[in-house]
Design a protein around this ligand. Structure first.
Ligand SMILES: Nc1ncnc2c1ncn2[C@@H]1O[C@H](COP(=O)(O)OP(=O)(O)OP(=O)(O)O)[C@@H](O)[C@H]1O
Length: 310
């Protein structure tokens, strides 16, 4: 479990993290989202015990990171932003060093080494210096050191940053498997990652909490939530006809591809009436889809001041 209470960090006059209270439980992947400079890395560094809070507390599995730092660090794996230090070591030397630092016995150490090297596909670069690896490989080595002691809590700062789509997929699968019985906090700028991984999302800006909700709850705040969109090239679908449906609030046509989006009045469900109307008129449409809502729009709205604390 991860808990912060009124966690605050000031740099001179700047309050980078401002009275932040968040909580993540086992089985949860909590996504920490926010614009550049929102305070995500600062929050994670405080939870990981790498940065002193100015005030407030952070606890990992119940251990206060300031009062019981060793106990907190023992149950925590941390992937910092960027590349791992000790770039002059080979991947094998680095992971062996971390395993020794973590106090694993020979047998467990060997088992865990094999496991993470296999899981993150590092077999081919074990004897290469970290400094000479590609960005994606360095990220995977960083992730390997974060999980090698099989921690209960993981704090991962942009875990898929710099990875190609295949590697992103591999790392997301790994996080997904680990999430079953662990608590995971990840920061990301990729909203697709929120869909792929997170079952809860915290949005911050200027160090302050702006939203704490499930991805579905956030999507429900989008103006696209419940809208119906479809392509109807050359079918003569009339906006006027759709607009006469009592459940419909408005209609928009994408100027680029001509895709039609029909928006419901509050509380109305429009998929069925829209489909029925199109069928009755014998109009050909393709890719008709009920929209869940768009996280990018909600994120923009929340972080640019359109919405208050949730
Ligand atoms: N050591 C420092 N000294 C002074 N200001 C700092 C320091 N570290 C961070 N800051 C400031 O604190 C604020 C939060 O930074 P932080 O790196 O936590 O944001 P972030 O959300 O992780 O950003 P990004 O998405 O760009 O990585 C920023 O305004 C940053 O300039």
């Amino acid at each position: 479990m991860i808990e912060t209470e009124q966690l605050t960090r000031r740099y001179g006059a700047l309050t980078a993290v401002d009275s932040l209270s968040i909580r993540a439980e086992p089985g949860q992947v909590l996504g920490l989202l926010g614009p550049n400079g929102a305070g995500k890395t600062t929050v994670m560094r405080m939870i990981a015990g790498f940065l002193e809070p100015s005030s407030g507390t952070a606890r990992v599995c119940g251990y206060d990171v300031r009062r019981e730092p060793l106990k907190a660090k023992r149950v925590l794996g941390y992937l910092p932003e960027g590349a791992p230090s000790y770039g002059e070591l080979t991947v094998r030397e680095f992971l062996t060093f971390i395993i020794r630092m973590r106090g694993l016995n020979r047998e467990d150490g060997y088992r865990r080494f094999e496991r993470v090297v296999g899981g993150l596909q590092l077999e081919g670069v074990l004897d290469q210096c970290i400094d000479t690896l590609s960005k994606g490989l360095r990220r995977r080595v960083g992730l390997a050191q974060a999980i090698v002691h099989n921690p209960q809590v993981l704090v991962l700062d942009e875990p898929t940053d710099g990875l190609d789509p295949n590697q992103k997929h591999t790392v997301r699968q790994l996080i997904d498997v680990m999430a079953r019985d662990r608590t995971i906090l990840i920061s990301t700028h990729l909203l697709e990652e929120v869909h792929a991984l997170c079952n809860r999302v915290v949005i911050i800006a200027n160090g302050r909490l702006l939203a704490d909700a499930t991805p579905a709850e956030l999507e429900a705040r989008s103006r696209y939530h419940g809208a119906v969109s479809f392509s109807a090239p050359g079918s003569g679908v009339s906006q006027e006809m759709l607009g006469r449906l009592p459940q419909v609030a408005s209609i928009e046509v994408d100027p680029l591809d001509g895709r039609i989006t029909v928006f419901p009045r509050p509380g109305e469900r429009i998929l069925e009436p829209v489909e029925t109307l199109l069928r009755q008129q014998g109009l050909e449409v393709s890719e008709i889809q009920l929209e869940r809502g768009r996280l990018d729009e909600v994120f923009r709205h929340i972080t640019t001041g359109g919405e208050g604390h949730a």
